[in-house]
Design a binder for this molecule. Structure first.
Ligand SMILES: Cc1cc2nc3c(=O)[nH]c(=O)nc-3n(C[C@H](O)[C@H](O)[C@H](O)COP(=O)(O)OP(=O)(O)OC[C@H]3O[C@@H](n4cnc5c(N)ncnc54)[C@H](O)[C@@H]3O)c2cc1C
Ligand SMILES: NC(=O)c1ccc[n+]([C@@H]2O[C@H](COP(=O)([O-])OP(=O)(O)OC[C@H]3O[C@@H](n4cnc5c(N)ncnc54)[C@H](O)[C@@H]3O)[C@@H](O)[C@H]2O)c1
Length: 457
């Protein structure tokens, strides 16, 4: 039996972040990975990989908006070339991940781990013992109760397509479908169709409903057909393509059907019961220190019942590592995870993002709030790029402290970050307005003064 201070299950961003942090503090660490391509979802099939498609799709969409405003020719693009760039990046990830870990004497163990008991894992038929375990096993596409669900490809399959066919249909109206649909709108065949079928009454449920309507409008203008309240019953093969049958909205033909209907924690093979680790449908139950119901076992990243985002995964891993370091010193809890100011951003064109509360949530909670809201904003920064759908919503409390910020814009990420920093440091909307007068001008970020002006006391 091999014995370590800490064994990490999963070599994704969460697992690696925790492993490196603990190794630096002198812990003897091993990382176990079941995939033949170590390195995790973000780098190989998620955030990083998809961003190669985003950059070109954004450039093409921007050029399309600028036609008649200075651009005279519709742009040409090559999905195949973008794919080659993405593959050149991702092909190096597995070796880099393993070499990086081994380079600092972290043991890399290829194989699938499962718990034998509260202190032991089984891997490759042998056992591994550790004082602490960190589960960082990620998530996988949610199994759907649809006949012929196996006819869908996943986002991983989509990001590996050699070419985009003419008719693409996405099941689910969440992060993955919106982003990939925008990549299709930017980089797909010129006369292609892109459809999103969402089961709920509106897409992007956790986001602000008024802002989602505006993103939906922008997406429809980009050529994406978005249907809501759709009850899909089955997906059947038909010729070279597929027929998607619904209970209430007829049938849809497509060359390709993509799963964008949620990701579920990858924990079913871990035998968590044997380790005394409690879990629910959304994932492994953790407290604010990322500790599970077994005090020697932590869970971080997409497998935990928290939020499925890469930098949330990294922060959880850092908090978990600090708490293991505190355990060793007998110092108790070192750091607690706080999710109040997590930014969410869709890499669509325009980008859409939010931080803090939605207006829907404030209404539901009965909290008093004030808002500054603008849609189809015609400021020069937007007129120059031909963007018709820019919008913003900033929500403040009675003391003018920012409760939520929602942005539909190119570079919404930069604007959100500015507003998020103010929220985290307790800067009021009035003070942020005064301090933002001297942001680099004229930039997207300098527009924040127009957004905040109605909120000046
Ligand atoms: C298409 C797509 C786009 C995304 N875009 C963004 C984005 O723009 N921004 C953002 O913040 N987030 C994005 N995400 C989410 C982000 O990728 C995840 O939140 C992040 O990768 C989670 O990291 P993780 O380390 O928890 O899990 P993962 O990176 O999935 O790593 C888990 C690892 O554990 C391994 N494993 C599982 N079970 C076992 C076992 N029993 N034994 C051994 N190994 C095991 C798996 O093989 C895997 O390698 C995106 C996700 C997808 C799918
Ligand atoms: N930019 C980013 O940060 C980014 C990008 C991609 C993915 N992600 C992460 O990955 C997670 C998974 O993404 P996702 O888009 O798969 O999930 P999601 O939870 O964002 O959206 C899933 C959508 O599918 C709908 N749905 C579920 N079952 C359905 C069915 N049978 N028919 C039609 N619609 C159905 C849901 O109502 C929901 O609106 C996200 O929650 C997010 O945390 C983040």
């Amino acid at each position: 039996m091999k014995s370590y201070d800490v064994v990490v299950i999963g070599s994704g961003t969460a697992g690696q972040t925790a492993a490196y942090a603990l190794e630096e503090q002198g812990f003897i660490v091993a990382v176990i990975e079941k995939s033949p391509t170590p390195g995790g979802t973000c780098a190989l099939y998620g955030c990083q990989a998809k961003k190669w498609f985003y950059e070109t799709a954004e450039a093409v969409s921007k050029a399309k908006h600028l036609q008649g405003l200075g651009i005279t020719q519709p742009p040409e693009w090559s999905w195949e070339d973008v794919l080659a760039q993405k593959n050149a990046f991702t092909s190096k990830i597995p070796d880099n991940a393993v070499n990086g870990l081994q380079g600092v004497d972290i043991d890399f163990i290829p194989g699938e781990a499962r718990f034998q008991d509260k202190e032991t894992l089984v891997v490759n038929g042998g056992t591994v013992h550790a004082k602490w375990f960190i589960i960082a096993s990620g998530a996988e596409p949610m199994p759907l109760p649809i006949d012929g669900a196996e006819n869908m490809i996943t986002s991983t399959g989509f990001l590996g397509l050699k070419e985009l066919p003419e008719k693409i249909l996405f099941v689910g109206g969440g992060f993955i479908s919106f982003e990939c649909a925008h990549f299709c709108a930017g980089l797909g065949p010129k006369d292609g169709t892109v459809t999103i079928l969402e089961a709920g009454p509106r897409p992007l449920g956790p986001f602000d409903s008024e802002m989602v309507e505006l993103l939906t409008e922008a997406s429809r203008d980009a050529g994406i057909d978005i249907r809501t309240g759709v009850k899909i019953t089955s997906i059947v093969k038909q010729g070279d393509g597929f027929k998607v049958l619904t209970e209430n909205q007829g049938d849809f033909q497509a060359d390709l059907v993509v799963h964008g209907a949620g990701r579920t924690p990858d924990i079913s093979g871990l035998d968590l019961e044997k380790a005394g680790v409690e879990f629910e449908r959304r994932g492994i139950k953790v407290d604010a220190s990322m500790r599970t119901s077994n005090p020697r076992i932590f869970a971080v990243g997409d497998c935990a019942a928290t939020i499925q985002l890469a930098r949330v995964a990294d922060k959880e891993a850092a908090v978990c590592a600090d708490n293991i370091i505190a355990d060793r010193k007998g110092a108790g809890k070192a750091q607690a995870m706080v999710y109040d100011n997590v930014p969410f951003l869709l890499f669509t064109y325009p980008q859409y993002g939010m931080v803090g509360k939605t207006e829907d949530a404030l209404k539901k909670e009965g909290l008093k709030y004030y808002k500054s809201f603008g849609k189809h904003v015609g400021w020069p920064t937007y007129r120059r790029v031909g963007m018709k759908h820019a919008a913003y919503k900033i929500l403040v409390d009675e003391n003018n402290m920012i409760l939520g910020a929602h942005i539909l814009s190119d570079n919404a990420s930069g604007l959100l970050n500015l507003l998020r920093t103010a929220m985290m440091h307790g800067v009021s909307a009035g003070d942020l307005h005064a301090e933002s007068l001297m942001t680099p001008y004229p930039s997207r970020e300098s527009d924040v003064v127009y957004m905040l002006k109605p909120l000046i006391e």
